[in-house]
Design a protein. Structure first.
Ligand SMILES: CC(C)(COP(=O)(O)OP(=O)(O)OC[C@H]1O[C@@H](n2cnc3c(N)ncnc32)[C@H](O)[C@@H]1OP(=O)(O)O)[C@@H](O)C(=O)NCCC(=O)NCCS
Length: 214
């Protein structure tokens, strides 16, 4: 089905993947930093620095099997990134993604303003990839807004490939969502992208207010 341009505005996400049988990018942050993984013992700290999320909600993330990776600059928490397995709700696009065993999805990443442009984000993503490889995962996904140039550059530097775009068109009270593969990416990987982001469908219609159903 075609959706005419008159139904815009459109929102575009960029979808990236990294096969973990490929070596990680080597990234040297431009400031002294220590990467690591934290757990529910850090819920209060994470709640304080992330804002708008309670320690209880952070603990729920950990109890649901999500992992949190952080960058320490001295005593300061400078950057963080969350990783999900199984499934995750992508709030920016109102989509629920579904993963197979062996796959992971990186989301809710941030470098605090005073620490930006020191390659902490790209370094943390590369670190997360190395840790997921040790956990014997095989592929990691990440998605970012089409207008978020710093995020896209950091993801690319960390070794991810831009596999597809997620196109979201508003049509009256509905949203029409589809995946548009990058030309050089094999069809098999584009199909995997549709499996993860659109539950194996070519496209989905969503209420403007809700996520993917079914
Ligand atoms: C996106 C974000 C995480 C980048 O963090 P960072 O630690 O500054 O990223 P890096 O230092 O690794 O920089 C990544 C790349 O983007 C570039 N970059 C960073 N900030 C930039 C800016 N404001 N304008 C243009 N390019 C920028 C860097 O030069 C680098 O490119 P290079 O490696 O080719 O030199 C950070 O800006 C942020 O937290 N933004 C708000 C939350 C967000 O967008 N999260 C990501 C959603 S998935």
């Amino acid at each position: 089905m075609l959706v005419s341009a008159e139904h815009d505005p459109r929102r575009t996400g960029t979808i990236w993947a990294l096969n973990l049988d490929e070596p990680s990018a080597l990234i040297t942050p431009r400031m002294p930093v220590t990467f690591g993984r934290c757990g529910s013992e850090s819920a209060a700290l994470l709640s304080e620095v992330m804002g708008c999320i309670t320690p209880e909600a952070i603990i729920q993330r950990f109890e649901a099997g999500r992992q949190c990776y952080i960058a320490w600059a001295g005593n300061d928490l400078a950057a963080y990134a969350w990783v999900s397995f199984d499934e995750e709700f992508v709030s920016e696009f109102n989509l629920r993604i579904r993963l197979l065993p062996g796959e992971a999805y990186i989301w809710d990443c941030l470098t605090f303003p005073g620490f930006r442009e020191h390659r902490l984000y790209s370094g943390l993503l590369a670190y997360v990839a190395s840790q997921l490889r040790e956990q014997e995962l095989c592929r990691v996904w990440i998605c970012t807004d089409g207008e978020n140039v710093p995020s896209q550059r950091g993801i690319a530097r960390a070794g991810f490939s831009h596999v597809a775009d997620l196109i979201v068109s508003r049509v009256l009270a509905m949203r029409f969502v589809y995946v548009q593969g990058q030309p050089e990416i094999p069809d098999s990987l584009i199909s995997e992208t549709r499996r993860v982001f659109l539950d194996n469908r070519d496209n989905v219609w969503l209420s403007a207010l809700s996520g993917v159903h079914g």
